[in-house]
Each structure stands twice: as structure tokens, then as C-alpha cells.
Ligand binder design. Structure first.
Ligand SMILES: Cc1cc2nc3c(=O)[nH]c(=O)nc-3n(C[C@H](O)[C@H](O)[C@H](O)COP(=O)(O)OP(=O)(O)OC[C@H]3O[C@@H](n4cnc5c(N)ncnc54)[C@H](O)[C@@H]3O)c2cc1C
Length: 500
């Protein structure tokens, strides 16, 4: 790397968390450069014409409830100036039970209860008390590692339920409809449904479904990256693409910078740090636990998906997995290192709310399913078989498809270790403590070096909070160091002054 201009801070990686960190640092008056290994910035927040010209596919994230609820987005007014326009559907998501029947989880709790039949009252008893405090609760969960909760009682009530496995929460329901909805939500954690916290994942996503809905960004999630890049450009922050960083030593070309924020996962940190780490620190980072992989398929369609259930036609997000037992089986298979015969799939059909993503009459669609960590197997046929069951004739409307195996996902984005898209296994320890046992989860063993990716709290998803909170941690550490140096300098001065 040739000598570059000196800066106060370098951010490695330009996913939503890297960009959020850069913005927080630049707004605090620091000079910042962002180095991105890929040819385009944005990480999991990009949109490309992956299948055919004019068909805009989100590379990763599409459904943005976490952004809609993000204290970072609110603080910078990201959704207020029109640069990112969220399209919020009436139906947050649908869950397909047996192909012909589906349950809709609507933005409105009352509408949702109608579809849950005899489990409506139990669903209301579970969700309504949380929704009464949703504003504070959601913000507290997303910022819990750096601020006191604004509503500790609501947070404690949520935490008591959230640490439970989905199997435990499912016992509150007698019928299959609510149990299946819970299973489909818990499957986002890519953990067995009897693992602690899977209930919490389900519950938090359900709260968001009613509180802010499950919106999509008009034109594609690229709009989020473009809006953040525009703000960074206005503050003079350069984003250098095609600049994969191999070691932290390379960053000395920038000053060396006082602060380094890494939008990477712990194992990548170990590789970047090289001999700067003690052997025990290296072992701890290298031993960090990653989760299963994810297989993704993108399609261009000549017509909307021919769902058997009308419920699915209005829902941008559809969970395909069948009843609770079927989803649990698929998740257990993956955890045991097997490819499920019938994968549990998350399907997203953006053109339901955003026709601008495809030429007139055309549609775009994606689906993901969990697969064993590092899987190289192309499971597109299994995913399409699930779609055919719920939408006979699906294959006839496919114009083009593109698949990404778990292993290929890591080749495109080094943060997807083994195809894990969440920066680490969603275990209790990882979610509550972060990748290392430290009071401040954003700090690393190296002074001035911080983790700001989805491996640190509050974890995966597009909310920018990991980056925003990591930047606050970095600025706090810098201020503490400056004040300590100031005290030492003053002590030094007074010591000198007292010399005879
Ligand atoms: C298929 C899929 C679907 C998803 N769907 C959703 C969804 O609908 N809603 C949602 O909220 N979330 C979704 N997610 C998750 C979401 O995309 C991520 O949680 C989010 O992008 C994490 O942001 P990040 O900044 O931590 O990392 P990333 O977005 O992964 O960005 C990391 C960046 O760092 C770069 N980088 C890594 N190492 C280096 C290096 N050494 N030098 C330079 N650059 C480097 C990478 O190239 C990458 O650009 C999905 C993810 C996937 C894969």
C-alpha cells in the first residue's frame, strides 16, 4: 500500500456497520477513510442486476424492520430526508402451513388475531404487553450494551421471555397456526428451536412486525448505502473500494491512525492482527463460534409467484416451512451438519410492494435456507420443490435464476465465514456478551482497535447500531486516554516544578 494521507481513523469494511461507524466518527470531527475490499461499497446492503438487465436484486438484506426501528437511523434522520423511502406493507409476513393454507401476520395486531383462530387470545397476551412499551423496548434492546435502558421494567419483562427457546414459548399455544408462526420467526436465528434465545429472536421480530412493520426500501437496499455514502462524502470521508486489508500494519500508511474500526468478524481480526496478539488472545479469537451457512437463490420471474394461498400474494416476506415440528426438524438437521430434505425457507418477493425493481410485468424474488456451515452443495432444487408445493407452476414463471452456496457467499464477502450471515452463532453467550468476555464488547485486545461488525452487539441485521455504538466506544476510549495523558503531563509538570 503506498503512503496515503494521514487520518485520525480508518474503518475497514463498508457494510452498514462500517459506514455507520465512519459517519459517527466524522460527525465527531475526526478525519476518516473507509477501506473496502469489494469493488463496490455496501457489503450486505447492495442491489445488483444479478440475473437479467433491469431486474434489481438485493445482494443480501431486503426486509428492513431493524432499520425502521434503529436509534442510529433516527439520530441521523436517515429516514426523514427522503433519501431512503421505506415501503411498509399491511402484511408483515405470511407463514405457509401446508401449501394451501397460510397465516398472515399483519402490521395490525387485531387483523393478525383474526387469522390465528383459537390462539388469538394467547398471542395477544404474549405480544400486547410488549407492544405497549415497544418504542422504549426496541431502542433498549438495540442499544443495550452502551446505555441504561429507558424502560428497565419492560426490558426485564422481555428478557425473561426472550432467553427461552422457541419450544418453550410454543407451549403457550394449542393450535398449529400460532406455533408455526413462532417457528418461522425463530428460524431466523439459524439455531435448533430448543436452543435458548430462539424464543427471543421470534418475539423481537414479532414485536417489530406490529410496531414498525417489515418494510423494504424503494428501489432496493442499495438506497440505504447510497444515502450513507452521500452523508460521508459531505463530511469529506473517502471510501476506497478494491482495497482489501491484509494486515493491520498496512494501515500505518495512514498516519498511523489513532483509531481503527473493523467491520469484520473475530477470526478475521485474528488474521489481520498477526503477531500483535498474544497466543492466548489469538486462540480466543480463532475459537470464536460461527453458525450454519445460508444458501441463497435469486430469480427473475415472468409473473408473480402463483401461490395457492391468497394470503401470500400480499406479503413481501413469506416463511415456507410447514408446521412447528417440520421447521424444528429442518433446524435440527442443519445444527447436526445435515442438509434437510425439506428446508425451511425465507422467501422475499420485493415486487409485491415495489414494482420499480423489475421491468413492467416482470418480478424479482429471493429465498434463503439454512445449510451446514461451509456447505458447497447447491440446494436450489430443494428450495424450488418447496416453492412448487406452495405455488404449483412456480418453475414455469422462472425466467432466470442465480444461486449462491454457503461457501460461495464467503468467497464474495469474507464476513460470511462458512456462509454464516450473522457474524457468529446466535448463542446466549454471543448475544448477551459479544465475541469476547469484556465489559465493552467493541474493544479488542489491541489499543485503539475496535470491532464494529454484526459480530458485536446488537448483532446481525441492517440497523447500523454495531457501527454506531463501536464508534461511541472508540471516541470514549480516545477521550479517556487523552485525559489520562493530560493528567500524567500535569503530574510530570508539577513534579518538574517541585525539583529544587
Ligand atoms: C442472503 C442474506 C439476506 C439477508 N437479509 C436480511 C434482511 O432482509 N434484513 C436484514 O436486516 N438483514 C439481512 N441480512 C443480514 C445483513 O445483510 C447483515 O447483518 C449486515 O449486512 C451486516 O452488516 P456489516 O456491516 O456488519 O457487514 P457486511 O454488510 O457483511 O459488510 C462487511 C464489509 O466488510 C468488507 N470487508 C471484510 N473484510 C475486509 C478486509 N479485510 N478489507 C476490506 N474490506 C473488508 C466486506 O467486503 C463487506 O463489504 C441478510 C444477509 C444475507 C447474507
Amino acid at each position: 500500500m503506498s503512503r496515503r494521507r494521514d487520518v485520525d481513523a480508518v474503518v475497514v469494511g463498508s457494510g452498514p456497520n462500517g459506514l455507520a461507524a465512519a459517519l459517527a466518527l466524522a460527525e465527531a470531527g475526526r478525519t476518516v477513510v473507509v477501506l473496502e475490499g469489494a469493488a463496490t461499497p455496501g457489503g450486505g446492503c447492495r442491489t445488483t442486476e444479478r440475473t437479467l438487465p433491469g431486474h434489481r436484486h438485493d445482494v443480501c438484506a431486503t426486509v428492513l424492520p431493524l432499520l425502521a426501528a434503529s436509534p442510529f437511523a433516527t439520530a441521523i434522520g436517515l429516514l426523514a430526508d427522503g433519501a431512503v423511502r421505506l415501503l411498509t406493507p399491511e402484511v408483515s409476513f405470511a407463514h405457509v402451513l401446508d401449501g394451501s393454507q397460510a397465516v398472515a401476520v399483519a402490521r395490525s395486531l387485531e387483523v393478525t388475531l383474526d387469522g390465528l383462530g383459537r390462539d388469538g387470545p394467547a398471542y395477544r397476551r404474549l405480544l400486547a404487553p410488549l407492544l405497549d412499551h415497544a418504542d422504549a423496548l426496541v431502542g433498549d434492546v438495540l442499544a443495550s450494551h452502551r446505555s441504561w435502558p429507558s424502560d428497565p421494567i419492560a426490558l426485564a419483562a422481555f428478557a425473561r421471555l426472550a432467553v427461552r427457546p422457541a419450544t418453550g414459548l410454543a407451549r403457550r399455544f394449542d393450535g398449529e397456526r400460532a406455533r408455526a408462526v413462532l417457528a418461522g420467526l425463530a428460524a431466523h436465528a439459524t439455531r435448533p428451536l430448543d436452543a435458548p434465545l430462539t424464543g427471543g429472536f421470534a418475539l423481537f421480530l414479532a414485536v417489530l412486525a406490529h410496531h414498525v412493520g417489515w418494510p423494504l426500501a424503494a428501489g432496493g437496499t442499495q438506497a440505504v448505502t447510497d444515502a450513507l455514502l452521500a452523508r460521508l462524502a459531505a463530511l469529506g470521508v473517502a471510501v476506497e473500494t478494491g482495497s482489501a486489508v491484509g494486515t493491520l500494519d498496512e494501515l500505518d500508511a495512514y498516519g498511523p491512525p489513532r483509531l481503527v474500526l473493523l467491520d469484520v468478524t473475530p477470526r478475521q481480526l485474528a488474521a489481520l492482527a498477526g503477531s500483535r496478539l498474544r497466543p492466548s488472545q489469538r486462540r480466543s479469537l480463532e475459537g470464536y463460534r460461527y453458525g450454519p451457512g445460508v444458501h441463497k437463490v435469486d430469480w427473475a420471474l415472468s409473473e408473480p409467484v402463483p401461490w395457492r394461498s391468497d394470503t401470500c400474494r400480499a406479503a413481501p416476506t413469506v416463511h415456507l416451512g410447514g408446521d412447528f415440528a417440520a421447521v424444528a426438524r429442518a433446524q435440527a438437521d442443519v445444527a447436526a451438519g445435515r442438509h434437510p430434505e425439506r428446508p425451511s425457507c425465507i422467501v422475499v418477493q420485493p415486487t409485491v410492494v415495489d414494482p420499480s425493481r423489475a421491468p413492467a410485468g416482470r418480478h424479482v424474488l429471493w429465498a434463503t435456507c439454512a445449510v451446514p456451515h461451509g456447505s458447497t452443495r447447491d440446494v436450489t432444487a430443494l428450495v424450488e420443490a418447496e416453492l412448487e408445493r406452495a405455488a404449483p407452476g412456480f418453475r414455469d414463471v422462472v425466467v432466470a435464476r442465480a444461486s449462491t452456496t454457503a461457501a460461495a457467499s464467503e468467497a464474495v464477502n469474507p464476513n460470511h465465514v462458512g456462509g454464516d450471515i450473522n457474524g457468529g452463532a446466535a448463542t446466549l453467550a454471543h448475544t448477551l456478551v459479544g465475541p469476547q468476555v469484556r465489559l465493552d464488547p467493541y474493544r479488542t485486545p489491541l489499543p485503539g482497535v475496535f470491532l464494529c461488525s454484526s459480530s458485536v452487539p446488537p448483532g446481525g441485521g441492517v440497523h447500523g447500531m454495531c457501527g454506531w455504538l463501536a464508534a461511541q466506544s472508540a471516541l470514549g476510549a480516545e477521550a479517556a486516554r487523552a485525559s489520562k495523558n493530560g493528567r500524567s503531563a500535569r503530574r510530570g509538570t508539577s513534579a518538574r516544578n517541585s525539583l529544587p
